[in-house]
Design a protein around this ligand. Structure first.
Ligand SMILES: NC(=O)c1ccc[n+]([C@@H]2O[C@H](COP(=O)([O-])OP(=O)(O)OC[C@H]3O[C@@H](n4cnc5c(N)ncnc54)[C@H](O)[C@@H]3O)[C@@H](O)[C@H]2O)c1
Length: 357
């Protein structure tokens, strides 16, 4: 499709702002609106970028259908990027915000899309896969990282990573559950009302303009501490920092979403695992070394034996399905991701400090 009215919910966030800005470039004739309640600390720093690019900003809350109602006119593509994205959300005893935003918000988006006849692209997460099952993946010690063992008893996992066939039964964090429940409702809205939909289950996304914090945005956090000073910890798994994540540059994600939207008739109804893959993955130990090389600085990183709530030892995306369907593959390397974060943090150090990021 060639969209003419695009709404990006969570459009002042890390992913949402990147996708809104890319949409402006890809479809210059389209009206692009970013909708956000600015809850994420630092998200307000994205507002001037959006304004300068011609993206309209609407301040509103996805929990409120009334806030969204006015946006139906002319809408033909809704990209849902709003969220409380922390895997620790709700464990403090009050899951209402994460549930109301991530699940209730999806329902409100689906209703808006249904009324407007708009297609929906949903940013889901690798966290839909259950924690205990992910931690049951057989691994070997690769020196600076743990690696996926060649022989596995679980389906959907190989040394190339975790595919869409990985089992879904089991607890996955409140955050992960809100995303999986959203996926289920998206399937139902597609079936019942003929909505065109697409779901990307993303591994860690990283890059400039991510306002990293301890519980979300680990690569931004790692670079920020190396640049500004402070300490970090290697939590769990003997405190050696061998836990692994793939990391997808947000520009690689934007490349993919543009391809998917342009070919939406072909990808309608799909759910893809999407990430940096094995070729763009790092252990914490390796991240530390890259940050040291890129900043010339060393900071204290202490081992903490306890595994953090909802943490997993390893997540690497197997992109085989999305690559076969779209031809897309991530192009940016871990060094590029971290160098881009460093350059952005350096250029915007004063603003970031002022915003408390
Ligand atoms: N960043 C990642 O590594 C990653 C990985 C997988 C999936 N995702 C998904 O991508 C999407 C975007 O995540 P992100 O990294 O950009 O997070 P983010 O926190 O940077 O952006 C989310 C935005 O949503 C806004 N928001 C929160 N509650 C809201 C509400 N009630 N109403 C309106 N706006 C609200 C926040 O202010 C923020 O600007 C999320 O759906 C997340 O689950 C992110």
């Amino acid at each position: 499709m060639t969209p003419t009215g695009i709404l990006v919910t969570g459009g002042a966030g890390f992913v949402g702002s990147a996708l809104a800005l890319r949409a402006r470039q890809a479809w210059p004739e389209a009206r692009v609106t970013a909708f956000d309640n600015l809850r994420r600390r630092g998200s307000e720093l994205n507002l001037p970028r959006l304004r300068e690019a011609g993206v309209q900003f609407v301040h509103g809350d996805i929990r409120s259908p009334a806030d969204l109602a006015a946006l139906a006119h002319g809408l033909d593509l809704l990209v849902e990027c709003s969220a409380e994205p922390s895997v620790l959300a709700g464990y403090d005893g009050d899951p209402s915000y994460v549930v109301d935003t991530n699940l209730g918000g999806t329902v409100h988006c689906l209703e808006l899309a249904r009324r407007a006849g708009a297609a929906v692209v949903f940013l889901s997460t690798s966290r839909v896969y259950p924690i205990a099952t992910l931690n049951a993946i057989a691994t070997t010690d690769g020196g600076t990282r743990c690696e996926i063992a060649p022989v596995q008893t679980l389906p959907g996992v190989s040394p190339a990573g975790i595919s869409e066939d990985f089992p879904l039964a089991g607890a996955r964090s409140i955050y992960g559950a809100t995303k999986l429940a959203s996926e289920l409702l998206i399937t139902e809205y597609r079936e019942a009302f003929g909505l065109r939909t697409l779901v990307n289950r993303c591994g860690v996304i990283a890059g400039p303009w991510q306002m990293g914090k301890v519980d979300q945005g680990v690569f931004s956090l790692w670079m920020s501490r190396h640049l500004a000073g402070g300490t970090l910890t290697y939590n769990g798994w003997s405190g050696e920092g061998k836990q692994v994540r793939d990391l997808l540059h947000v520009d690689d994600l934007a490349d993919l979403v543009c391809t998917q939207v342009a070919g939406l008739d072909q990808f309608d109804g799909e759910t893809f695992n999407v990430g940096g893959g094995l070729g763009c993955s790092l252990s914490l130990q390796e991240t530390t070394r890259l940050c040291q090389e890129l900043t010339g600085r060393r900071i204290t990183i202490s081992p903490v034996p306890d595994v953090r709530t909802a943490d997993v030892k390893l997540y690497v995306t197997d992109n085989a399905r999305v690559t076969a369907a779209t031809g897309w593959a991530p192009r940016r390397s871990p060094a590029t991701v971290l160098a881009d974060i460093r350059d952005w943090m350096t250029a915007h150090a004063v603003d970031l400090r002022r915003a408390g990021v």
